[in-house]
Design a protein around this ligand. Structure first.
Ligand SMILES: [Zn+2]
Length: 329
């Protein structure tokens, strides 16, 4: 049977079509994709917000798990049938100006946005993007590795230590994953969120969540994940003296920020973008350990052929945390 793929065709439209088994060139690996999660970024693409980066028709998707199907010349350390995830960053255009920070290098290509992605049965990628999964790992949960690695990176950027207080502004998928990792690291976590369904879900995971989170003397760390200008305004007030604010959200327009608070409380603002290899390794460890209730975050699993309809439903604002697509491999 020929592999299948779902193509973004621009203009909010996706189409199921024939895929391709792209023979792996030197240094590449062809994967059988097991599951691929739908990310907020994919929804942005569906809205047409990233048409300048996506060459239509194009397969998108980057939150995947799968197995090695075929090795290109010169690939070592992996064998056919092994379970893997892809860290979807290609920094081969890195220059000395990037100062060794490959994951945020200026010519970075993001697999599944700038190049074809994983909403297909067969996906060929550079071997350097692969991370091996432990034997027997649940491939549905393993598809959460990519967003969990984002959370691990954000928590690492915060320099979080046990016993600290944390406020996470935004209770969507990334906000929840940051909260789970921070709680696992023995921080006490509050979630700021205004959507009643998201508040109820965060509470069902045991978090204190609501529209007005507050820690008596301020939080040691505030994660701004919501992208709401009101949160950018609140984040400095919510932070304790010498508190750290980690900016995870993407602000296309500059929001008002109380710079005075940075002066008055000696606050620190840290950016956090994607992940580094060690964040992936930690995320894989966390998935494999079963320490986090990740299965609760999977709202539903849909077959690949339903993906065009799933994007239509998401455009109408269907709620939930994470939709996984069974890519059928
Ligand atoms: Zn993602």
């Amino acid at each position: 049977m020929n592999p299948r793929a779902v193509y973004y065709e621009g203009n909010h439209t996706f189409r199921l079509g024939p895929g391709e088994e792209v023979a792996p060139g030197p240094g590449d690996v062809r994967l059988d994709v097991a599951f691929c999660g739908v990310c907020g970024t994919d929804v942005h693409i569906a809205h047409g917000a990233m048409d300048h980066r996506v060459q239509v028709p194009q397969v998108i998707g980057h939150e995947m798990s799968g197995t090695v199907a075929e090795l290109g010349d010169g690939v070592e350390g992996f064998s056919v049938g092994e379970a893997v995830v892809v860290r979807p960053l290609d920094s081969r255009g890195e220059t000395s100006a990037d100062r060794g920070f490959s994951h945020i290098s200026r010519n970075l290509k993001f697999l599944g946005i700038d190049t074809p992605g994983a909403f297909q049965q067969s996906w060929t990628v550079p071997a350097f993007t692969l991370h091996r999964l432990p034997q027997g790992i649940d491939l549905q949960l393993a598809a959460l590795t990519e967003p969990l690695a984002v959370a691990c990176h954000d928590v690492r950027r915060a320099g979080l230590t046990a016993g600290e207080t944390v406020i996470v502004l935004g209770g969507g998928p990334i906000g929840l994953l940051i909260s789970l990792v921070a709680r696992h690291d023995a921080a006490s976590v509050l979630i700021g969120e205004i959507n009643p369904e998201r508040i109820a879900f965060a509470q069902s995971l045991g978090f204190d969540a609501g529209p007005a989170p507050e820690v008596g003397d301020g939080a040691d760390v505030v994660f701004e994940v919501s992208g709401a200008p009101a949160a950018a305004l609140a984040m400095t007030e919510l932070a304790a003296v010498r508190g750290r604010i980690v900016l995870v959200a993407i602000y296309p327009e500059p929001p008002p920020v109380r710079l005075f608070d940075f002066f008055w409380k000696e606050l620190e603002l840290r950016g956090a973008r994607v992940y580094e290899p060690e964040d992936y390794e930690r995320a894989i460890e966390l998935v494999a350990s079963g320490a986090l209730p990740l299965e609760r975050l999977i709202t539903k699993v849909e077959p690949l052929e339903r993906l065009p309809a799933v994007f239509e439903e998401l455009a109408r604002g269907t709620q939930g945390v994470k939709i996984l697509v069974d890519c059928g491999a």
